[in-house]
Design a binder for this molecule. Sequence first.
Ligand SMILES: [Zn+2]
Length: 335
Amino acid sequence: MAISYKPQLQYVDFQDLTEQIQFQSTEGKIWLGEKRMLLMQLSALAAFRREMVNTIGIERAKGFFLRLGYQSGLRDAELARKLRPHCSELDIFLAGPQLHSLTGMVKVVPIEIDIDQETGGFYGELDWIDSFEVEICQTELGQMDEPVCWSLLGYACAYTSSFMGRQIIFREVSCRGCGDEKCHIVGKPAEEWDDAEEFTQYFKADPMIEELYDLQSQVSSLRSSLEKQQGQYYGIGQSASYNKVCRMIDKAALGKVSVLLLGETGVGKEVIARSVHLRSERAEQPFIAVNCAAIPPDLIEAELFGVEKGATLAQTSPGRGGLNAPMAAPYSWTR
Ligand SMILES: [Zn+2]
């Protein structure tokens, strides 16, 4: 059986809900049913929201407040069922919007609500009047580009999903926080929205700490790679004679000529060769180190200067484009 709410119908009396509020002033507690509540200044929450937006950005802050409202909606759905066991489905459902009003979040005006418990069908359109989130934005953040009633929306999604036993998504199709005439929401089953998957990402936990660890690890790896490169350049020392060598490396790296490095084993010829490569305009190209001692004498010419297509190894001659063609990269020839 489908139930439809028309604007001329009214909420049932709030009394069953207001009776749930208890102030235990001497105990420092306020209760709504069995849930402990807080009564705090809206301005404090406004300052917190502004700080969140400034610290983690609008998208992340939006997810945070959507999830905050979502948690609240889940709890109120339990309370609604408990408080109105003998009422119609519609009046039980409307306890949610009434609780939203009672707790000072917003005045909710149902425009159309169709509930079909048999098929799980749901369609809802409601107006929000005097949303606390619009007030926060107006005092702390100014006019926004998109709807701002994030936690109210999270509440509506969770409350209705829990009530219907299936995922219902509400979207705020117009909002005073971004200059529209009024805040208006539309809700229907997730599969009836084209972008439900994208929207429900907001309800997934978003642990920034993982991302921070990831970034930290990337920075650390970049730093060690940079230090390694600098070490290849500067690692041998900072003496006057080595500084002279460094200046020669700078000079040689800018030219296109081959560079011949001579020296005893272990003096750092390959390190210098890599430094020349890193400083050259071919730094982005691969550096190919060739150990000449490992190449048979009759192949060395072909290895270093390339082989013309069709030539046999015995008939090698200087060619173009061989794997190790001259000028492909500075070489370190070591013996
Ligand atoms: Zn709004």
